[in-house]
Design a protein around this ligand. Structure first.
Ligand code: BG6
Length: 508
């Protein structure tokens, strides 16, 4: 593999291209392909990243042929691309898009896929590498992997050509199923070939956590239990479950958000500096954090986690129904749409520093941010009438107002010695002219280059599942009622009480 890729982000430049390849998308008729994958491919073409010889094969159950499939993705790319579509560029690219129809468990599909790949090989002989993308329901992952193995598509006869497989979330439903899925994939593919996607790692602001921590000298000396009081990680969504009742009711907020996206954010905040910006060095450090999270006993789960469901309410001025009245949600569902938890990391850097995580659907606003709250000054001799000096906070704003702000006390002008908290802010929008690429652009490109730094490794997913599964089991043992919160609020009162026990409050 090219060392400049291993050396990371800073070395990326569109003078370099991935080697020519064919991308094969299972589930090509689905939402993800239409809204994210094809628009991302188009933007990579426009940015000059893709090599000349690239073909795409879409596979799905829907009756279709290549021509009408091309027409349908053209409509989607026009609707969802972050840039206006240049007809010339797109029509050259889409001429190499093909469609194979069929059921993923039918061996015949793989025979048809093979002959399509053979036909592509005659037109684009340089495109010898293969990137499989599983954008299907997860129950098909082992079936597809197995079939690919059986028809000999999982490895290339010529070792200089690569074969990789990108697997979407959810990766398992609990620890056991995640382990089983890993075993099934490993029957056919080597770990180096498997790219487990977590789209949060493709977000610019999430990658910037590493840059902020490890490309600057001033914060790292403070980044520990001596100076940091607690950390809050919030992923609040104003949207509800958006018609995904069947999936969501089986998942809930802890599986949908905590096991993957929020554990990744926690790891990036808490990890030690990696030896190099290289896939295994970075992932080794993340796994160490996950392993150091204090395991919660049943009693600790009751004290340190809060789950809740949204009730009817008003979001963005519009009335919305409660979770139990959503389509495809059973009226007696106990699935949580909100979860908050307090975690401790048992290591030298973080012993005793609580990490509070919260996420929920239909909350007051959409905001993803991380608050690092520093300890108060040891001897506050500026007496404030009526109020205490606020502690310093560093706020990493992941979305929607991407940036970083530092809150500190400043003297209010005037004859009195009054202190007020002010904000020193960096905003992406005003500091950088270029719009950030979509998460899927970055992640697809990394998979094409073979750089798995921003993809989760086997032990990483399993360790995150071990924690989440133990919480789920404790929840199952305590069959008490689930609190509710009004849609459009900031969540249940129980979450405020949980954080208040440590003397803190959630940032609004
Ligand atoms: C997905 C979840 O992984 O992430 C969704 O399945 C959630 O439920 C989404 O809405 C949030 O992603 P983003 O990028 O909008 O913060």
């Amino acid at each position: 593999m090219d060392q400049t890729v291993l050396n990371g982000v800073a070395e990326f430049s569109s003078d370099r291209h991935p080697e020519p390849f064919v991308m094969i998308i299972f589930g090509a008729a689905g939402d993800l392909s239409h809204r994210k994958l094809f628009p991302a491919l188009y933007n990579l073409v426009v940015d000059g990243w893709l090599p000349k010889d690239v073909a795409v094969v879409g596979i799905a159950r829907q009756k279709n042929d290549s021509q009408s499939f091309r027409e349908s993705i053209t409509r989607s790319v026009k609707e969802f691309s972050r840039r206006p579509v240049d007809d010339d560029i797109w029509s050259k690219f889409q001429a190499n898009v093909h469609y194979v129809e069929g059921n993923f468990s039918d061996p015949e599909v793989y025979v048809r896929l093979k002959s399509t790949l053979d036909a592509i090989a005659t037109q684009l002989p340089a495109a010898k590498n293969r990137l499989f993308y599983l954008a299907t329901p997860p129950s098909f992952y082992p079936i597809i992997a197995d079939q690919l193995g059986q028809v000999g598509l999982s490895h290339s006869e010529d070792p200089s050509n690569w074969v990789r497989i990108v697997v979407e979330k959810p990766f398992g439903h609990d620890l056991e199923s995640a382990e089983m899925l890993n075993r099934d994939l490993h029957q056919v593919f080597e770990e180096e070939q498997i790219f487990r996607i977590d789209h949060y790692l493709g977000k610019e602001t999430v990658q910037n956590i590493l840059v902020f921590r490890f490309a600057n000298g001033i914060f790292e000396p403070l980044w520990n239990r001596r100076y940091i009081d607690h950390v809050q990680i919030t992923v609040a969504e104003s949207l509800g479950i958006e018609g995904r009742g069947t999936y969501y009711d089986n998942a809930g907020a802890i599986r949908d958000m905590i096991q993957n996206h929020m554990m990744q954010l926690l790891c990036l905040i808490a990890m030690e500096p990696p030896v190099a910006n290289e896939a295994d060095s970075v992932r080794d450090e993340k796994v160490k954090v996950l392993r150091a999270i204090h395991p919660l006993s049943t009693r600790e789960v009751a004290e340190n986690t809060v789950r809740a469901q949204y009730d009817a309410g008003t979001v963005g001025g519009k009335p919305v129904v409660g979770y139990l009245d959503e389509p495809d949600v059973p009226s007696d569902s106990r699935t949580e749409t909100y979860v908050a938890m307090r975690l401790l990391i048992d290591n030298w850097r973080w012993a005793g520093v609580p990490f509070f995580l919260r996420t929920g659907k239909h909350l007051s606003k959409r905001v993803t941010e991380i608050v690092i709250q520093f300890k108060r000054v040891p001897h506050p001799f500026f007496r404030q009438s009526g109020s205490e000096l606020e502690p310093n906070q560093l706020i990493l704003k992941i979305q929607p107002d991407e940036g970083i702000s530092l809150r500190f006390g400043a003297k209010v002008p005037g004859a009195q010695m009054r202190v007020r908290t002010v904000d020193m802010s960096f905003l992406y929008d005003s500091s950088f002219a270029d719009a950030a690429p979509e998460a899927y652009e970055r992640l697809l490109l990394d998979a094409m280059f073979g750089d798995s730094t921003l993809f989760t490794r086997k032990d990483e997913v399993e360790t995150a599942w071990a924690l989440v599964s133990s919480i789920l089991q404790a929840w199952d043992r305590g069959r008490g009622s689930i609190p509710t919160y009004a849609a459009g609020s900031w969540g249940p009162e129980e979450a405020n009480q949980m954080i208040a026990r440590d003397g803190f409050e959630w940032r609004k």
